[in-house]
Design a protein around this ligand. Structure first.
Ligand code: AMP
Length: 171
């Protein structure tokens, strides 16, 4: 691929981690199919995928359990373009935004993008709510080096040891 044709700012790919979740319309299929699709984004390679985990719904109990996973990618896309690709993939999976923490066919989050820290109207990096979510931290441990430090927050294992609520379980 010609790097000049990419909507990207990085010629050297950046390591990023993507959280994937679903609790509607065959969630295992939604999550595995989304993991497959990440590697077809422009300038992007899927490096590793976690196991699948099951977790109870967060916020609103009256909905099905979630299936979650985390992907490790390398991407030449800048963070905003990566977010646009993720939102487009959510749409392609029929995502309808009912209400916060409601049921969804597909939820995709940028957990971390290199060592970038930013906050604007569309995007916060690292993802602002990852520390409280075992359904993010457990699958993330599958694909990240133990020594990975999340900017400003420490290692995934340290966050997990302080994580409240029920633990996600591997399928
Ligand atoms: P939700 O899918 O309901 O969790 O929220 C998605 C919205 O959160 C997106 O439209 C983004 O604009 C915003 N957002 C902020 N930071 C992030 C992030 N790190 N990853 C994904 N979406 C984010």
């Amino acid at each position: 691929m010609n790097p000049a044709s990419l909507p990207a700012r990085h010629l050297t790919p950046v390591t990023a981690y993507i959280g994937v979740g679903s609790n509607l319309a065959d969630p295992v299929h939604q999550v595995t199919s989304a993991l497959d699709s990440l590697g077809s984004f422009p300038g992007t390679r899927l490096i590793a995928r976690s196991h699948l985990y099951r977790s109870p719904p967060f916020g609103h109990p009256d909905q099905p359990d979630f299936i979650n996973a985390v992907a490790h990618i390398e991407t030449a896309l800048d963070p905003e373009t990566l977010l646009s690709e993720l939102l487009r993939l959510e749409q392609a999976h029929g995502r309808v935004r009912l209400f916060a923490n409601g049921p969804r066919t597909l939820d995709l989050d940028i957990l971390m993008y290199g060592t970038e820290c930013l906050q604007n109207a569309h995007l916060t990096l690292p993802h602002p709510r990852l520390a409280q979510r075992s359904f993010v931290l457990l699958p993330w441990l599958d694909v990240a080096p133990e020594t990975l430090v999340i900017p400003g927050q420490g290692t995934i294992a340290r966050l997990l040891s302080n994580c409240p609520g029920p633990m996600a379980l591997p399928l």
